[in-house]
Each structure stands twice: as C-alpha cells, then as structure tokens.
Design a protein around this ligand. Structure first.
Ligand code: SF4
Length: 734
C-alpha cells in the first residue's frame, strides 16, 4: 500500500464486483489508480478479497473504447468475431459523438415508427449505478414505449425474487450477511461463498470459529465445507426432494413453530399435505443424502435458537428455481426462523448492483420499487409521475427478447432494435450460438460499454462509456445498503458518463430531458455538491438530480435516504422511510409486506431438469464463477493480477471421472452439448460430483454458455445454467 503522501488523492467508493458491497478507497497518482484499500464499511469493515484489492487496472486497459464507433457499411455482423476478433478497424470506424448519437437514436426511432414500440428492447446493467438503471428503464418505458427492459438479474436471482415476492412480499434479503454472527446454525445452499462472495464468507467462517454450525448443501463440495458441521452434497437438481424431506421431518416430529404459523402464515395445511410423501427415507436415493443425515440437519435447523438461510445461484438457476426458494421460505416460516437477529432468508446477490438495478425498475414487469406495470394504481401513479402514457403489459425478459429477435417477420412483437448498456449477452446468455445469431439479426443494435465486448462486436453503433471509478453514483448491495461511490478519475479520451449518454439519446428520441441546458446544472456549481431538490422536473443536471427523482419514485423504500444524507453517511440500509429513520437491516419482525401481512406458503413438487443425461450426453454441466474472475470476464481478464492468477479456461472434474475418461489434470478436453463445443484445460477437483463437470463462464475462447440450455423457470424466466447434458472427450478425440 502507498502512504497518503505518495498519492495525489484518495477517493472513497464501493467495490465494482460482487454484491457484498465492500467499501473501498481508490489511491490515485498521475491520474491512474495505483492501489485500493478497504474502508470500514458496514459490509466489510476494511476487508477485501483479491478482486476488490487487485482488480482495478482494467480501467487503464489499452482495450478501452475511447471514441464512438460506427460499423463500416461493408462489414457484416459475423458471430465468429465474438470468439476471434479481427482488428477493430476492419469492422468499425471512428465517429464524432454527434454522428454516433444521431445514428444510434435515429435507428431506434425509425424502427419504432415503422414497426411499433414492441420492436425495441433495452438491456441495462447491474454494473452501473442506481441512477443509470433508473434513467435507462425510464428511457425505454417513456421513449421506446414498452416494458421490454431487463438486465442480468434475469440470469441470477429472478426465480428467488419471484418466490420471495409471492411468499413474503419483498424480493430482497430479510437479514444482512453479517447477521450470521447472531446465528446458531447457518444453512448455506447452492452457493460457493468463498469464491463468489468472499468477504461474506469470512463472516461465515468467523461465526463457525465462535461455535455456529454451518450446514453446506451443494452438489459441489467447496472451500466453505472445511468450516461446516455437516455437508449435504446432494445430487444436482435434487433440491426440492432434499428440502421437502427436511420439511417432512419438521412436520412429522412436531418441530414446527405452531404459534408463528397460526399468527403469520397462510396455506400451511396444503404444505403439510404435500410433504407427506417426501420422507427422508423415500428421498435419500433421489437426493443422495442419507435419511439419518437429513433428519439430523432438519432437527438442528428447527431447534436452533436462530437459524439463517443463505443461498446462491445453485438454487435459483434451475427450471425449478422458484420452487427451490418456495421450499426455503417454508423452512424458515414453519420453524419461526425469521424476523429475528440471526435468522431469515438471504439470497446472496451476485453483481455489485443487481439489487439496486432491480429496485430501480430495470425489469420488464415492474416499475421502480417493484410496482407491477399491470397494476392499475401503480400504472396510474407512474403515468402521473413521468407525465406520459405508459404500456401496461409486462415486457419480455432477457432470453425471451433473444427469441423475439429471431421471430418470424410476421410476429408483431418481433424485436428488431436494441439498446444495450453495460451488459454482455453474447457471453452471459444461455445457448450462445442462438443468442449471438439473435443479436446479429437485429436491424439496429446500439451498445454502450467500456470495452469492445463480444456483444459490441455485433453492434451498429458503439458508445464509449465510463468505468465505475470514473463516476459518482449509488449502488445497493445484497444487504439492502444504498452506498455512495465518488468519482476518482476522468473517463479516457472521448468516453463519456453513462448518464450523459442516456440523456443525449433521450433528447434525440424526443423526450423532454435537457441535461446541459438545465437550470439545475447552472445552479449546481462545480463538482457534484450535495443538493436538495423540491421539484419533479424531468431535467437532470447531474447524478444527484437523477437520484432525487428516483428516491421519490421509490418512496416506499428509500424516502429517508436523501443525497445529502448519503454524502454524510456513505451507506444507509432500506427500508428507510424518513430522514430520522436509521434504516432497517432486519425486516419481517412483525409481519411481511404481502397483501394480508402473512407469509404465503406454496407447496412444491419435483420437476426434473429440462435436459437429463443420456447415452449420447452422459454427464451434467454446472456453470458458475471462480474467485478471480467476474462474470463474462470483460473487466477481470483485463486486470493484470487476476489474469495472472487464472489466465485460461478450465473444466473441473472428479478424479474418478478423469480416470474413467482417460483424462489427466493439465491436459486438454473437449466438452460438447447438443448446442456447442468448447476445449479447455482439465483441472482435478474432487469436490465436483462424479458424473458432472464445472466450467466458469468468464472465458471468451471457451465460452461455457455455448453449451448451456435456454430452458426457463416458468415463474422467474431464469435459464437453467446449473444443469444440462454434456459429454467429455480427450482433446484430439474425434
Ligand atoms: Fe469486492 Fe465482493 Fe470481494 Fe468485497 S467480496 S472486495 S465486494 S468482490
């Protein structure tokens, strides 16, 4: 670490990677970030993982897009560029901002005129700020004229949110991660926190050291198992069988909290009837966990003074993801393990701002603060608030939009043009060959990003955006903490602030937003000093103005978190309904925000994975992340330390499978599914279940999502990234 005297300035911000939301300080010298240190934020208390501490030099990568680019007239949209890119000058030419913005907006406007509002769609980003998410969804809803707006929440916890909204009336966590310090039992399911939420994992390990029992339920036995009291390596996709068996024991052995159920829950009788057929003895062969272990864990969870459940995408990324979470809600409710310190339900949010982007309305069925677009009162409120007519039908989700891009010309809802800000569906979507062809088929694609991502290679116009350290804004972490990050650097070259770009497009789409000529801008003065705004004018002079309007749009959650307060306190937890409210880290203490204030229990039955192994494709593919790389790798693979630690794609397999298939660790293997093939380096990992392979999805040269299945959970519309059928062959084997 450099001392204070060695740097030009130190700027407080928030880590741009995972949803833990560690507070950081950027040390800047000669207009470059030279180091990052942890701050005493409520989520991290100075702790950082390797990504937060060393993953910053992507910002100064020579790969940054620093001028607007326009596709050359003679350059076809070639999906092969997503894997092997030529010199960018062969495909794009540099342009002025004026030309690029006119072309970007003009193409979108023309499609709307000729084919209607549903012909357009927008993907925003969970990597951007709350203000960017808010303004982006407002542009789509008021400018494109439909609710075809979504982002990567669809790919991570959409099923969790669907079940939580249905069951407890709120899609966010009930208790913060650090509440594990108050828990006697910590039930971790479908999560590898050491890799994916590393600082959160340190709080769990600390809790285990002081005596808390960790139960790890996951097909993959990962690092946190070393700290676990019991490990349940259940068979991939057998979540409902295992969770219903736990519920069966709790009901059968009278471990339910009857008073809690009577006072706080509906539909208990149906739940009891449903779990009758799920005895541990019957479910053991299905889920692969001995009946005695299931009974032991069920008793421990139910009888602990405080038990908390934390889960990751191993739960949510299934066609039965919503059912998985319904079971978790039932577990917590039937045992009264909710509404107190050390209890509750915590979906570990993935991206740094996926909670905030969802809260801000970057989803096709909800206005900001989860107000349904098809709810008459909510619809009328937002029509009044934004002073415009709004579509009252939910829009299409991420994968549905890809399908609609390849729809027949006669389909009135065929998607023909898109605006994608900071999202990389050409790497992150399932069945990439399909998704990339869908993107390439668009008549007009505008991409706003900091790099020439795999998605950007298919764009008509590329708008160079700002990286997180180059902007001031708020993000909301997995604990519902709204946190402020301050600008440390200027964007390079002609790259511009994302809020500025969105507003320039809005102006060209005829929306009455006028950033640069706003009276507020003139009144603001230099920098982004704290302000308090009294009007709802749709004109923005800076991030504080956008935040202020968003705060009013989300008055039921963040009314008490003013911009002034954030600049003073840096982090405030919602719900926070007035300025005297300290914020509420633990919710559901005396009810849940459903229509009648009671938990709605929903029984779940076993639904098999959409694509099961067979003779041709006998193994199961599980995709996910690894400690050093973040999502599609656009940032972390350009961070020198992280890239040095994990430079190339790997497939992890159990030693028994390596021996059976004639593979050696360090050698190469081909992994094939019905949709594609990749070649990777073999890594032995005996925590990977026999018969399965694990592949991280960060590597463009062996994109895991070429293999995955686009089958969706019917409620959350989330793809089944955690399960599809593959076969593995030694490289060179035909
Ligand atoms: Fe960043 Fe998450 Fe690591 Fe914290 S735990 S430093 S938020 S990546």
């Amino acid at each position: 670490q450099l001392g204070a005297q060695s740097v030009d300035r130190a700027v407080d911000s928030v880590c741009p990677f995972c949803g833990v939301g560690c507070q950081i300080t950027y040390k800047v010298k000669d207009e470059r970030i030279v180091s990052v240190s942890g701050r005493g934020g409520p989520a991290n208390e100075g702790r950082l993982c390797v990504k937060g501490r060393f993953g910053f030099d992507y910002v100064a990568s020579p790969d940054r897009v620093t001028r607007p680019l326009i596709r050359r007239a003679d350059a076809p949209k070639d999906v092969a560029h997503c894997e092997a890119a030529p010199d960018w000058r062969e495909v794009f030419r540099e342009a002025t901002w004026e030309e690029a913005l006119d072309l970007a907006a003009g193409g979108l406007r023309d499609l709307k005129t000729s084919h209607g509002p549903k012909s357009l769609a927008g993907f925003g980003s969970a990597k951007g700020s709350n203000e960017e998410a808010y303004l982006f969804q407002k542009l789509v809803r008021t400018g494109f004229g439909s609710n075809n707006v979504d982002h990567c929440t669809r790919l991570c916890h959409a099923s969790s949110v669907a079940a939580l909204l249905e069951g407890v009336g709120s899609g966010a966590v009930s208790n913060p991660v650090r509440d594990v310090a108050e828990a006697e039992l910590i039930f971790i399911i479908g999560s590898n926190p050491t890799a994916n939420h590393p600082v959160a994992a340190t709080w769990m390990k600390n809790a285990a050291q002081r005596g808390a029992k960790i139960v790890l339920a996951d097909p993959r036995v990962t690092d946190i198992a070393r700290h676990a009291w019991r490990v349940l390596p259940f068979k991939p996709s057998a979540d409902v069988a295992m969770l219903n068996a736990l519920l069966h024991v709790i009901v059968e052995e009278g471990l339910v909290d009857e008073a809690f159920i009577r006072e706080r829950a509906d539909n208990y009788a149906a739940l009891v009837a449903n779990v009758q057929g799920y005895s541990p003895e019957a479910m053991a062969p299905i889920c692969g966990i001995p009946a005695a272990t299931l009974r032991e864990v069920a008793r421990a969870y139910a009888t602990a003074k405080s038990s908390i459940i934390l889960w990751g995408m191993g739960v949510s990324q299934h066609v039965h993801g919503t059912d998985n979470v319904r079971c978790l809600i039932a577990l917590a409710t039937c045992t009264g393990q909710i509404g107190r310190p050390g209890t509750g339900l915590h979906p570990l949010r993935g991206q740094n701002n996926v909670q905030g982007a969802s809260d801000a309305g970057l989803i096709p069925m909800m206005f900001p603060n989860y107000q349904r677009v098809d709810n008459g009162a909510a619809h009328a409120w937002f029509e009044d608030f934004w002073d415009t007519k709004l579509d009252e039908t939910p829009g299409y989700t991420v994968v549905e939009i890809m399908h609609k891009a390849l729809a027949d010309d006669s389909d009135p809802h065929k998607v023909r043009g898109m605006y994608i800000m900071g999202e990389n569906p050409a790497m992150s979507d399932p069945d990439l060959n399909h998704a990339r062809h869908a993107l390439a088929s668009l008549q007009h694609l505008v991409v706003q990003d900091i790099f020439l991502t795999e998605t950007a290679w298919l764009a008509d116009v590329i708008l160079p955006a700002s990286a997180w350290p180059e902007k001031t804004g708020t993000v909301s972490n997995t604990d519902r903490m709204v946190q402020l990050g301050l600008q440390a650097l200027q964007p390079p070259g002609e790259a511009r602030a994302d809020l500025w770009i969105i507003q320039q497009l809005a102006t060209r789409l005829g929306l009455p937003w006028d950033y640069e000529n706003s009276s507020w801008l003139r009144n603001l003065g230099e920098g982004q000093k704290p302000i308090s705004l009294e009007t709802t004018s749709p004109t923005y002079h800076g991030v504080a103005a956008v935040y202020d309007e968003m705060r009013r749009a989300m008055h039921g959650a963040i009314a008490g978190i003013t911009w002034d307060r954030l600049t003073r306190e840096s982090s405030v937890t919602y719900p926070c309904l007035d300025e005297a409210d300290p914020g509420q880290p633990i919710v559901f203490t005396d009810g849940v925000p459903t229509a009648n204030g009671r938990v709605q229990l929903v029984p779940a039955d076993i639904i098999p994975a959409a694509e099961r192994p067979d003779a041709d494709y006998p193994m199961v593919l599980i995709t996910g992340r690894q400690l050093e790389h973040w999502h599609t790798g656009a940032m972390t693979r350009r961070a020198s330390v992280l890239d040095a630690l994990e430079p190339s794609p790997t497939v992890s397999m159990h030693g028994d499978d390596l021996a059976r298939l004639g593979l050696t660790a360090g050698g190469q293997a081909r992994v094939q599914s019905r949709r594609g093939e990749v070649t990777l380096t073999v890594r032995r990992d005996d925590g990977t279940p026999v018969g399965s392979v694990f592949i991280p999805f960060a590597y463009r040269e062996a994109a895991a999502n070429l293999l995955t299945n686009a089958a969706l959970d019917p409620f959350g519309k989330i793809p089944e990234f955690k399960y599809c059928a593959v076969r593995v062959l030694p490289a060179g084997h035909m």
